[in-house]
Design a protein around this ligand. Structure first.
Ligand code: DGJ
Length: 742
């Protein structure tokens, strides 16, 4: 890995074994983009990669050179208004009303390692040899605003992290009405755009389309990154698939309003922009003030989408997630939400917890409804004190009883919200986000606390910290069940109201930071009505998140498959719930519910007392299985094998780091009678290792399983002999492969 500056052509070359990233200082002092892709050898001159030509008629040229129009030049951080008519990365509104700026090169610095981003989540290094960072400083002479572009190249993998920092060194305030984290101008548009989109209970479905002339985008203006669009994009070559081919992944480490877009111009070049949503953003930068943008991560591969995802998985598992739980197998839990909803007493919880323990699980989680006057959705949020009618011994007493059973105890919070029917709101009616003289909307009868204000964050912190200090709480589920509306803070002046969305999420991050530092052994799981804020920003604080409120195994195939495009299995909260399922009312076999949930953090969402003795034994076996293999399932190398978006079957697998064990999950949605023969070509095995197939007892070399494939056919073809368990709808299998002779 290296970063080289070629002074003669004023060219920067960042490279490691996998990628090269090339930029040059243009003749107008701006930064031009030359190349991003597979590693190429370094040399002095690459300036010819900046193609310019004298285009007829419509182009406006910069100064006097008829071939130099920013409209046709690929740039690193473009502005609008001076010959480039595409959407810009930056817009600065100045005192005189102008939005024109001219940031020209000033200096550069290269440092080992990677600096932290103040107040924001970001990837990090553990020692300086893991990455190098280039910081290029540019200045605008009229406003005296300084801009620093940060590029960190990691030693391993095709990873480049980018962010931007502004400092107002002038005497006048300016307004940043757009400050994206990244611009990437690509020389051609021969890509398929792949996004993860959906809605509540249908998150992260994969949608693809070709890049076409014009702008296509995903984003959120909801205050949270949203169920609708995940802050993640893949651009893949049309010939690329899971196993091979070129692709670029872009992930924004941010949990608030965002935008990611591609603009294809008339000459088929593409501009990618990613960052805070400009529509909801207007940041006043006063003299000597700074603004740091969120980090955007680019990953390049020429080895297919599985490899792209694996690169993100490793990075986010090891150099985004932090703390005690980062590398540890996650506890198998049972959460009472779907078992009881709001209808519970301490005794009922203990009954469920006792059976949970008997089955072998390790953590019992009490969800919504334990605090204040919370007996339903309408009251209590903000009053983080136990409801003594339900919990006469308080949270501390309940936690003691759970611990006495031999399990850890976890608790649900929704720190950012309040109900009007709460003591908290009655004491601080002016602490919610609402616009003066306008009605304020609720979502689920709740209102959003103004987390842009330190005193509000502090008040919630005090309540949470008090409980964490006094009760044995080992896990927190941090929920967030509505988006932001009527966004206005009574604490900030009129000309700073455009900062509130961003300041809000900075407040959320600050509270997370404080709690995770003070209680480093507590495992945090983020949640926002399921996957409404399942993003890399959250992963920095909470190493796992509740992927979706939809706990149906068949629905989860698509949701978890899509989520795995960017996020590691160790981050994906996945539980076995009751059948018929509470979201889609589908009946699915217990083994299939577990077979899907294994590929995540694993747990239950069930009153296990309601199971038959046979089902209870099955659950015990599932928990034993998960304990045996969770290290591989959560930290092994994950491969998608068959997409649930493309047919009746789905499959994926995890391989241990030493390649000696592999677990394959195979799922068939609807049963098929007299079906064709089916095989799965496996991935990631050692071709020379002999593996024993747990279902058949047959041994196969890795190469056979990868190239000839694993046979998954229904050998009964619908004519089931009496001693054979018939296949059903929603069937599934787990194949365990263990090396017999390395
Ligand atoms: C939404 C979450 O996603 C659920 O799991 C549950 O915690 C409810 N909120 C509780 O209100």
């Amino acid at each position: 890995m290296n970063i080289i500056y070629h002074a003669s052509g004023r060219i920067f070359h960042l490279y490691n074994d996998t990628i090269s990233y090339l930029m040059m200082i243009l003749r107008n002092g701006h930064l031009g983009q030359l190349y991003f892709g597979r590693r190429i050898q370094d040399k002095e001159d690459f300036s010819y990669l900046l193609e310019t030509c004298e285009r007829p008629m419509t182009s406006c040229v910069y100064e006097t050179d008829r071939s130099f129009s920013l409209e046709h030049i690929r740039q690193e951080y473009p502005v609008f208004g001076t010959t480039d008519f595409r959407q810009p990365a930056l817009e600065i509104l100045q005192e005189n009303g102008s939005r024109i700026s001219n940031f020209t090169y000033d200096s550069y610095a290269i440092t080992d390692g990677k600096p932290a981003l103040s107040g924001l989540p970001a990837t990090y290094t553990e020692n300086d040899a893991e990455a190098r960072t280039l910081c290029i400083t540019l200045k605008d002479d009229v406003t005296n605003v300084q801009m620093q572009l940060f590029y960190t190249i990691f030693a391993k993998g095709g990873i480049l992290a980018r962010s931007v920092r502004f400092l107002n060194q002038g005497t006048q305030p300016v307004h940043l009405t757009r400050a994206m984290s990244l611009c990437l101008d690509l020389p051609d548009c021969d890509y398929i755009w792949e996004q993860l989109s959906g809605c509540w209970a249908r998150e992260c479905h994969i949608h693809t389309r070709r890049l076409e002339p014009g702008i296509q985008s995903i984003g959120s203006m909801r205050g949270n990154s949203s169920h609708e669009h995940n802050p993640f994009l893949i651009l893949k070559r049309p010939s690329a698939d899971e196993r091979q081919g070129e692709a670029i992944g872009l992930s924004l480490i941010y949990s608030g309003c965002f935008r990611i877009q591609a603009e294809t111009d008339a000459h088929q070049t593409v501009r990618i922009l990613a960052g805070i949503d400009p529509e909801t953003f207007d940041w006043k930068l006063d003299t000597n003030e700074t603004l740091q943008t969120p980090e955007a991560v680019l990953v390049y591969t020429d080895r297919g989408l599985n490899h792209l995802s694996q690169t993100f998985h490793k990075l986010y598992q090891k150099r985004l997630a932090r703390g005690y739980w980062r590398d540890r197998p996650r506890p198998i839990l049972n959460n009472n939400w779907e078992a009881t909803y709001f209808d519970f007493t301490e005794e009922r919880l203990i009954e469920i917890a006792a059976r949970t323990k008997e089955c072998g699980a390790e953590l019992f989680v009490l969800d919504d409804g334990w605090f204040g006057a919370r007996s339903g959705e309408k009251a209590g949020l903000g009053d983080w004190k136990p409801n003594k009618d339900r919990l006469p011994n308080g949270i501390a007493g309940l936690a003691e009883r759970i611990e006495a059973l031999g399990m850890k105890f976890g608790l649900w919070f929704e720190p950012e919200m309040t109900n009007k029917d709460s003591d908290f709101y009655r004491q601080h009616p002016d602490w919610i986000l609402e616009t003066p003289q306008r009605s304020v909307s609720h979502g689920r009868f709740q209102y959003v606390l103004d987390f842009s204000r330190e005193e509000v964050v502090n008040a919630i912190y005090e309540q949470m910290a008090e409980l964490l200090r006094t009760a044995k709480i080992s896990y927190i589920k941090w929920d967030m069940n509505r988006s932001i509306t009527e966004c206005y803070s009574k604490a900030w002046p009129a000309d700073r109201q455009g900062e509130i969305y961003h300041r809000y999420i900075l407040g959320v991050y600050a509270l997370y930071e404080r709690l995770t530092r003070e209680f480093p052994h507590v495992l945090f799981e983020s949640c926002a009505s399921g996957g409404g804020r399942f993003d890399p920003g959250m992963l920095f604080y909470a190493p796992q998140g509740w992927v979706s409120d939809n706990s149906d195994a068949i629905e989860r195939l698509k949701i978890q498959y899509g989520t795995s495009m960017c996020y590691p299995l160790s981050s994906m909260g996945s539980h076995v719930s009751v059948s018929p399922n509470h979201q889609v009312f589908r009946y699915t076999p217990l083994h299939t519910r577990a077979n899907v949930a294994y590929f995540g953090t694993f747990g239950y969402e069930l009153d296990l007392n309601k199971l038959t003795p046979q089902e209870t034994e099955e659950v015990k076996a599932q928990i034993r299985f998960m304990k045996q293999y969770r290290e591989i399932l959560q930290y092994g190398t994950f491969y998608r094998l068959k997409s649930p978006f493309e047919g009746n079957e789905a499959a994926w697998m995890c391989v241990s780091e030493d390649q000696k064990t592999a677990l394959i999950g195979w799922y068939r949605i609807l049963n098929v009678v007299n079906d064709r023969y089916t095989r799965l070509r496996l991935e990631g095995l050692n071709p020379d290792y002999l593996y024993r197939n747990s279902r058949t007892g047959i041994c196969h070399y890795g190469d056979e399983l990868m190239y000839a494939g694993l046979i998954t056919s229904d050998e009964t073809a619908g004519q089931v002999p009496p001693d054979v368990t018939p296949y059903t709808d929603f069937d599934s299998r787990i194949y365990v492969l263990e090396v017999t002779r390395p």
